[in-house]
Structures are given as structure tokens and as C-alpha cells.
Design a protein around this ligand. Sequence first.
Ligand code: GLN
Length: 395
Amino acid sequence: GRTTCGSHILENYIAPYDATAVARLRTAGLVFVGKTNMDEFAMGSSNENSYFGPVRNPRDTTRVPGGSSGGSAAAVAANETVLALGSDTGGSVRQPAGYCGVVGLKPTYGRISRYGLVAYASSLDQIGPISKDVTDAAHLLQTIAGHDPRDSTSINAAAPDYTAALNGDLSGLKVGLASEHFPSELNAEIAAAIRRAARALEGAGAELIDVSLPIAGHAEYCIGTYYLIAMAEASANLSRYDGVKFGHRSKDAKDLLEMYLQTRSEGFGAEVKRRIMLGTYALSTGYYDAYYLKAQKVRTLIRRDFETAFAECDVLLSPVAPTTAFKLGEQLDDPLQMYLNDIYTVSVNLAGIPGISVPFATATDGLPIGAQLLAPLLGEEVLLRAAYALEQAAA
Ligand code: GLN
């Protein structure tokens, strides 16, 4: 099948080899039923940025499935498949899982090889399982996790037995709730659902602890830092689509420069162009220190914030998104509003830590509400243990 990344520029692109994650699943005997739609080059939170048109949310087809891996989450939610992969650069596995009422796991950066994954922002990208339940996510992670000499950022540590921890017993576990994750303007139904999730974890034996994420818990720091770094890296990564090496090439160019310009003008959609321009600007001489370098410094502070919180608790519990799935078209004219969907997810990629979205409640409009659990670097076992107990409590 074609690997389009939801883009016109790769409309007819056939990948010449399997990604490591895919190869490992093939070796394990899994059968592939198809590739799913997504926001173009994984840039989006609603799946409306695909060249091939939007995906709809199977729970309510007037709503978005989330993004960017919305096709994967929708396919699992609609019973078209039991397992899917997504890529999570700033929430693209967890947020669509939350919007569609399925499980989405973003492992620690480097836990799963990125070899063969089309790059968006290389310091943030991580492949993750989307599944109907936590047990399936653990099995899928088990199959694809582990060192890969073809990806220099892949972690050289064996994957533990992830399913061994799925026993529903949380005695001794400390669950942190960050006050910054529950601002007064948070949707009341979502806030109430996450508070119920906290009590459910307590019922399974966990202890609830109040913690603070003074920087990592604040949208103005996280969204700005994430979008600066993601766009800067994307502008570099996407320079390879030049009409020569891959995919689409403009037909009627007079010379090389015109061929580059026309190919990219024709091949990329509006959001991808916006990000390439903003990313190039942030990296250019005179602006690099003020934007990109500053963002890297804030990224360090965000990472330290999580370290401080995890000195007091084993996992953190938060919403996965500030709202349930919104209507198609509702946020298309307002990129900033669209970026604000990611307030609970992007800091996790900036810190490299693992996170999971577990369907926990249903809002009065019938849409699923996901709860997000986070753990320290390589804390997938404790993360899955807590997620499994939460799933049992929700059932
Ligand atoms: N919504 C975020 C973005 O558009 C995250 C997407 C992702 O994780 N691929 O960048």
C-alpha cells in the first residue's frame, strides 16, 4: 500500500522497506488490514488537515476523531481492527484515543524504534499502540519495544514483561494530581470525571497526592515551547520533499529552483506550509537565540518539573484533552485554538516520559472522556499497572 502521510506530495509513494515496528509485528504473525488516514505529516489535532479529507468520529460522525492519528483511533473504535499504531509527537496517539473512547499509549522516547517512521519532529516523535483495552496495548508494546541498532535514539534496554503488572492491585502506589491541570475554566464534566478516576484509583489501593507542575502544567509555556521546537524540527525534516528524492514533482517548471518552489507549493497543504515557515523563521540567524534556544531552555525546565513531581508520586493523573471531541469545522479557522487542544499532552513529549489515555467516562452528550496517566522515563510497567486498575474501575 501507499505511505501518503495524508499529503499530496506523497500521494503515490510506496515505501521501499518496513519500519522496525511493522517488521516486528509481521514476524509475530500479525495481519495488516490497511493504512489509516491522518493529519498531513501528523500536523494537527482533528484529522481535518489530511489531503484526502477528514476522518469522522465513529461515536458521533459530526465530530472529529482527534489527531493526528485519528484514522487509527477511529478504526479501532469502529471495530475495523483490534489494534493500530499511531505516532505521538505532541499527543497524536493519546488525544484521538481519548476522543474515540479507546486506549492510546505513548511510550518513553526511544522505547520503540523510529526506524522507518516518517519524521515530523525527531526529538519528540514516538510510535505508540492504539487498542480496545490496556491488556492489548501492553501486548502490542511488548512486541515492538526494544533496542534497534538502526535507530541511534532507541534505548538499549530489554523490555520487561509488561503484562505481569496487570493485576488491579495498586497498594502502595502514589498517584499525583497537579493543581495546574485543574484550572477553574476547565470543562466541569471533564474535571469531575478525572476526580472520579482519582477516587477509583484510591479504591484500588492507591494513595492520592497533591503535586505542582509550575511550568509543565501551564499552557503558555508548554504550547509555545512545543510548537517552536516541533515546527523548527519539522522545517528541517520536510526539506527532503523537494520533487527529486520522493513523491510529487511539479510538471511545468523552467529550472531547478522553480521546480523546488512549485513542487512544494503544490504538494503541501496550508498547515504544513505554515509550520515550515514558522519553523524556518525560528531557526534563522538573529531569531535562533530568542526562539529556538529559549524553547530548549524551557524544555529543560519542563523536564525538571516532572522529575520533581515524580520524586513524590509514582504516576500522575490528568485529563487527556480540555474538551470532548468537537464538531468538524469548528476550530479550522483558528490555528491557536486548535493548538490549545494539546495542553495536556505536549509537555509529555517534551519531557520524553510515557503516557496513556484510558477511556473512563461518558459525557452527557454521549462522547467519551479519557483519563491520562503519566509515569517517569521507562516507567511503562507502573503506568500500565495503574491504567489497568483504572480500566477495571471504569467497567
Ligand atoms: N497536535 C499536535 C501537532 O499538531 C500533535 C500532533 C502529533 O502528535 N503528531 O503538532
